[in-house]
Design a protein around this ligand. Sequence first.
Ligand SMILES: [Zn+2]
Length: 453
Amino acid sequence: MPKPTLDDRIARDIGLPSLTRAALAGHRLRALNGTLARVVRESAFYAKHLRGVRLPLPSLEAIAALPFTTSADLIREPESFRCVPPGSVERIVTLRSSGTTAQPKRIFFTRRDLDDTRAYFAAGLTTLLDPGEAVFILYAASTPNSVGDLLAHAARDAGTRPVMPEPGEPFPSLVRRLERERVRLLAGDPLQLLELARFNRFRGTGLRVPRVLLSADSVPDSLRRAVEQDLGAEVFAHYGSRETGYGGGLECAAHRGCHMREADLLIEAVEPETGVPLCAGETGELVVTVLRREGTPLIRYRTGDEGRRDSGPCPCGTVLETWSGVRRIEREMLPAPLCCREALEDAAFALPSVLDVRVRLWDDRIEIVLETLSSSDYEPAVPEPLRDMIAAVRSIPVSLVVRGRSEPDLLPRRKRRIERIPGEPPPANPTLTDPTLAKSALTEPAENDREPA
Ligand SMILES: [Zn+2]
């Protein structure tokens, strides 16, 4: 029997015999107007923000006349977005921006919000696994209703088997366990999966997994290729964020982009400066309206991510929209030829020893921290192309810290961002290429958010 498609699962979840564009559009307009009516009634923020808007909207396109919601709005008054009594909130997710002292954002989830996410995860898993097959989940799962916990429940709902990391488990026994469990899918954030892939090759453990599901707002091409090569896997990207209720969109086997969770989300692309809606094929900032959320429903929320809606059909036969080129919009540019975080990462991850690269930016200097594989017979080295790029920067001093690592760290990572350090610069630090010296000189930035993107 062929695998159920995402379309089949969505049709079932919204009570349609099969999914067509017309039926989906009708469902979405009803859901949108239901959400709009509820937010102006229950949310103090939207009661003001949408005052004067004539409801119900006559079409999905009419949403373009509504004002945007921004990250600053959520930070300023998170409680005013909440549409349910405090007793109905099952989980609160607090989001802090790395390297800043700004107030955190708070997103509220009700039981139904979490169940919707779990159902979407289960729908996605059925497209990647057959019943009885196992998925290894690298996301943190110790907190109830965290991403790892929801994905583990979703795996059972989909008739598949979740396999979880065990604290302190040595890498060789982990690999043996994954082989014994016949794991067919790995799910995690890009750096966790890169770590597993690179140590697999480096240690010669020979693990092969047919599929990898990685979730992030940007995945450098070189990282994706490394995971594919070092695990022999087909990589499927997932797009989502806490603001969209985690699940957002999933790549199909055609790998042309993500098919979005359209029964629950309305996604637009707008010109970032003017906010003007863009047509299919034009890249712009992604603006998301959630159609079913109870805790923190967001209307026309500017995600800070960019992408484009493709106009042609996907070979997989879905009626869902395909969004490609989805990535985080870079706010913080680096001096030439480093360019931006993703370009720097793309250059770094192309080298087979690199596990992680972090950038810290002061007003008058940049520090790049590189983590590489290391062992008694394999010393970490600064990759030549990266050394050349750094040497070519003229406008600001750049120091490089190299840290060798001989054991994998499979813990979930914080979001990959350029970390802007406010205030006084640290004491001057010469360019470091000696790993022994680098290890002692490294100061780790504080981790304030260990959940995946
Ligand atoms: Zn497709």
